[in-house]
Design a protein around this ligand. Sequence first.
Ligand code: MEV
Length: 331
Amino acid sequence: MTVTASAPGKAILFGEHAVVYGKPAIAVAVDKRARVTINEGTTDHIQLKIPELDVYASINIDNGSITQLTISGEVEENPGTFDAGIMQYIKCALFQGELDSPLDHGLDIEVELEIPIGGGLGSSAAITVATLAARARYQEQELSLENLAHIAHQVELEVQGAASPLDTTVSTHGGLVYFTPHRGAVNIKTALEIPLVVGYTSQPGNTGILVAEVRKLRQAHPTIIDPILEVMEEITNQARECITRGDQKRVGELMNINQGLLDSLGVNTLELSRLVYQARLAGAAGSKITGAGGGGSIIAYCPGKTREVLEELDSIENAFQVGISTRGVTW
Ligand code: MEV
């Protein structure tokens, strides 16, 4: 039996980091996905292929140990650098105890990725959601979207140490959403076109580390960082209204103010800053880091200027246009 599930990545327009402290965020599911295909195993291990990352590995079902393989499936005699990071999400999703049946036989799994890893675009959430959905389908288990999003968040917490449920919620449900950790996601209705360009640096960001650093900064300067998080909340709430009523100019301005505050939290880098400013010079109405920062990506909102911003960012680093996906997980 072959089953496939896929889930979208996401871009945060407002409120990253603040959302970890219970504040709202606005995010979109993007039209770039992670796709997971499961077949019955040809061995009694889990054989995993992620061709885009050049990852070929075998996971022992009994003890979870990972062995690097060659592309043709033999044990790699000279194991080199290996993206163990992303493997941890897949392994944790496959071994997650909250799904009813434990795995009792080998599987062949292939992961196809359209989302850059560590790019701030929710690759780990998309992979986790798609892996859980494919596993549930393979084991013929009923799994509601709410439960899937909840279990995917548990996986992110276990692997990363800290994560809000934002990425896993958006990847599960899709759309353009206003999200609060205690109330979940509400769709934002808008007549506004939201043309977005992502510029991503060659340096990946590590969400777990960045969230921990912001936490340390907050502990050291609570009377300064708490008001910053409150202003971020106000920006997100105003942005929701501006998106709903179609005020492009203010949406852009609010993104730029949000960027200044992200910089003050210490998650900006020289490369990200360069992309943010170049996007604005090329005509973006607003541009900011998207996701945890420290590397990864920026997002530029560019009504009427998509081609100019895309060309400009692509001449410095990598860039691509993203559309909003109303489709969440499919399986
Ligand atoms: C990660 O995409 C965004 C952060 O707010 C962390 C989180 O929400 O888990 C930095």
